[in-house]
Design a protein around this ligand. Structure first.
Ligand code: C2E
Ligand code: MG
Ligand code: MG
Ligand code: MG
Length: 292
């Protein structure tokens, strides 16, 4: 009896695994052709200086326009490929697209805008990343200040020594680094202190609790103070209300990103905003009603 149950459990477990593996394999195979056929596209979400409303840069967020399955959001394919080299293919593609985009942005009179690119742990720790970025910047005539790499706490905590080495290498290039989704991972303060990152991004789950509950409100102010004491800059993610924005201004948070300012948009849309409105480089959030 136990043996039979054991065996059938084993079988079910296996089928499930097979299905998952198969799905993953399908996505991995699809990804290469998706890249070749430009089905992966960068959307951009503005990042704004809270004190004066000026546009500082964008976060690049990838979308997959699949010919059969339609629009696939990153949450529905990035996690599936994060344990394979397909994530490196995607990441390198996103980096290349971002650098080319920076070149097109240079022609706009909007100052030195930067693009933040998300890097998965496997890609961040893969050999040759710094060299790849160096050559991309060089061949496109872009200064390293234009790129900001977003890594999560997991990326730096699993192999601390290696992560430290990579960060130092990237810093030598002049590229800036942000810790993304801060507070949702497992990084300890002793690592945080040692890592030469530039920017700390407060996760949306805390921003959304500002003045909704005491815990999140205190966490946000404390994290801002902590980052400042370490000499880092803070971005609040997921800013959706004027109330949150005002609170962040008072708390001394430098930068904001969120639906209050804009949802991620395609390049065409971004460029037409930059072309049409020119109010001393301030992001025109009042004039951006229903996007997407
Ligand atoms: P993330 O890096 O933390 O990006 C922020 C996410 O929050 C984005 O979701 C963005 O659209 C969303 N967001 C921004 N402001 C607001 C807001 O005010 N309210 C709400 N509800 N959401 C907001 P998205 O584009 O679906 O991306 C999800 C995640 O997928 C990203 O989280 C990032 O971890 C990953 N991702 C996206 N693009 C890439 C990529 O090119 N490479 C890698 N490795 N990961 C990526
Ligand atoms: Mg990010
Ligand atoms: Mg984030
Ligand atoms: Mg995230």
């Amino acid at each position: 009896q136990a043996k039979a149950a054991g065996r059938s459990n084993f079988r079910i477990f296996n089928e499930d695994m097979l299905l998952q593996a198969n799905n993953r394999l399908m996505i991995e195979q699809d990804i290469s052709s998706a890249i070749a056929e430009h089905q992966l596209r960068l959307f951009l979400q503005p990042i704004v200086s809270i004190a004066d409303g000026k546009l500082k840069g964008f976060e690049a967020l990838v979308r997959w326009f699949h010919p059969k399955r339609g629009l696939i959001m990153p949450a529905n394919f990035i996690p599936d490929i994060e344990n394979s080299d397909a994530i490196i293919e995607v990441g390198n593609y996103v980096l290349a697209e971002a650098v080319q985009l920076l070149q097109r942005l240079k022609h706009k009179d909007w100052g030195e805008l930067y693009i933040a690119v998300n890097l998965s742990a496997r890609h961040y720790l893969a050999p040759g990343l710094a060299e790849y970025i160096r050559s991309l910047l060089l061949s496109n005539g872009i200064t390293a200040k234009g790129l900001l790499l977003e890594v999560t706490e997991e990326s730096v905590i699993e192999q601390v020594d290696k992560a430290m080495e990579v960060m130092a290498e990237l810093k030598t290039l002049g590229v800036r680094i942000a810790i993304d989704d801060f507070g949702t991972g497992y990084s300890s303060l002793s690592y945080l202190k040692q890592l030469p990152f530039d920017v700390l991004k407060i996760d949306r789950c805390f921003t959304s609790g500002i003045q909704e509950n005491d815990a999140d409100t205190h966490i946000v102010t404390t994290v801002i103070d902590l980052a400042h004491n370490l000499g880092r800059t803070v971005v609040a993610e997921g800013v959706e209300s004027e109330l949150q924005y005002e609170f962040l201004a008072t708390a001394g948070c430098e930068l904001a990103q969120g639906y209050l300012l804009a949802k991620p948009m395609d390049e065409h849309r971004i460029m037409s905003v930059l072309d049409s409105i020119h109010d001393s480089r301030r992001w025109p959030r009042e004039d951006m009603p229903s996007l997407l």
